[in-house]
Write a protein that binds this ligand. Structure first.
Ligand SMILES: [Zn+2]
Length: 408
């Protein structure tokens, strides 16, 4: 098995150039999906991809792919992907690292004149972050058949009410391709910063993700009764006080588990200084390494909320929202990455992933692998997000070797 030598220096240069698009004064990046900044980032990627002879594929929901042909017409593409969109106060590496490491693989193959049997595809998934259009990973979800194009196009922008489809058309980022073509792949690799502190703590430059946690959101609607805050304490049906007890119950259930339970939002009515709240609406999430584990956490939370509501004379209704099942990554692809690491003398660590990535949805449909590099302090979704050029290069080498092996 031959190794190719991708350039860590050129990858770093590309990362820094990409980070200029949407650069914030504090050193971060604000490149929300389907904005002018996102369009500029994609244009730069296209320019780079065309310079190494790739053809371009745009699907109807804004996913963008570069394709390097293979020599065997019967083989499906080996894909590499991640995202160029960021949260409003994002960093330089979340998402961009995976896309630009993939680009560097294409450049290296081009420079070395290497022909692979299978085509190689680099995918920039649209709206991974979900910071502008909720939920996240929305366009990979359509490509993998978990959501419809119509529903995504109709999704409103959380800031100004522009629909996803309108923003897509305004920036001219949609193409003609059926998103399902991005499901017709041999396999999929994604490289990403860890967004946790484990690899840096262990002093290991590469994480091989074994499985991704299941995640499910629920809405908890608590209903009590309006009243004056001068009314007697006894006999109240205070929805906010009940919600507070439910928030602490969620934390307790999470702490006692191998997963996580979090309440992240609260809205109350009438939200007035002199009024007992008659309703409280909470957003909660449960995550667990097993889909059944996440369901068990939600069942425990539901039971606790019902007990609290009954004791306080409240009503509670729990509605399931967006989520996804746990994903097992492909053992053969994981082994390919680990063999490459052994050949190059780079240490790796097997680890689970509790955070959402496009690879999770792809991995439910296709053989997929997710590779982590460390980030300082586990920090991400933060303008101070940082990595070292050495970590970036270690991930790039493994990605290049594994893709080359998979593509033949
Ligand atoms: Zn990301």
């Amino acid at each position: 098995m031959r190794n190719i030598e991708p350039s860590g220096a050129r990858l770093w240069e590309s990362l820094m150039r990409m980070a200029d698009i949407g650069a914030t004064p504090a050193g971060g990046v604000n490149r929300l999906t389907l904005t002018a900044e996102d369009a500029a980032a994609r244009a730069l990627l296209l320019e780079w991809g065309k310079a190494v002879g790739c053809s371009v594929l745009r699907d109807r929901v804004g996913n963008l792919a570069l394709l390097r042909p293979g020599t065997d017409a019967t083989r499906k593409p080996v894909a590499i992907g991640s995202h160029l969109d960021t949260v409003p106060t994002g960093g330089k590496f979340d998402g961009a690292y995976g896309v630009l490491a993939g680009l560097e693989v294409l450049r290296t193959l081009h420079d070395a004149g290497v022909q692979t049997a299978a085509p190689i595809m680099l995918i920039n998934w649209a709206n991974e972050e979900g910071a502008r259009f909720s939920p996240p990973m929305a366009a990979s979800a359509v490509a993998m058949g978990f959501a419809t194009e119509a529903a995504l196009r109709a999704t409103p922008d959380r800031f100004g009410g522009v629909a996803y489809g309108e923003a897509l058309d305004a920036q001219r980022l949609a193409g003609d391709a059926d998103p399902a073509v991005l499901r017709d792949l041999a396999c999929y690799f994604e490289a990403h910063i860890e967004q946790g502190p484990e690899l840096e703590r262990l002093g290991v430059p590469l994480g091989i993700v074994t499985h991704a946690f299941a995640s499910r959101y629920v809405t908890i609607e608590v209903t009590g009764a309006d009243g004056h805050i001068g009314s007697p304490m006894a006999g109240r049906a205070d929805a906010l006080a009940g919600a507070a007890a439910m928030i602490l119950a969620a934390e307790r259930i999470g702490q006692a588990s191998a997963g996580m339970v979090s309440v992240t939002r609260i809205a109350i009515a009438p939200d007035a200084l002199g009024n007992i709240a008659s309703t409280a609406r909470l957003a909660a999430n449960a995550r667990h390494g097993e889909t059944a584990g996440a369901e068990a956490l939600l069942a425990a939370l539901t039971a606790e909320c019902e007990t609290i509501a009954t004791a306080r004379g409240l009503r509670v209704a729990i509605t399931r929202g967006w989520g996804y099942a746990a994903t097992r990554f492909d053992p053969a692809l994981m082994a390919m990455l680990e063999r490459a690491a052994t050949r190059r003398g780079i240490a790796t660590h097997r680890m689970p992933c509790p955070i959402g990535h496009d690879a999770i949805l792809v991995g439910q449909v296709l053989p997929a692998a997710l590779l982590f590099i460390p980030c300082h302090g586990g920090l991400s979704h933060n303008e101070a997000e940082s990595i070292t050029p050495e970590w970036a290069e270690a991930g790039l080498r493994l990605l290049a070797d594994a893709v080359l092996e998979a593509a033949g």
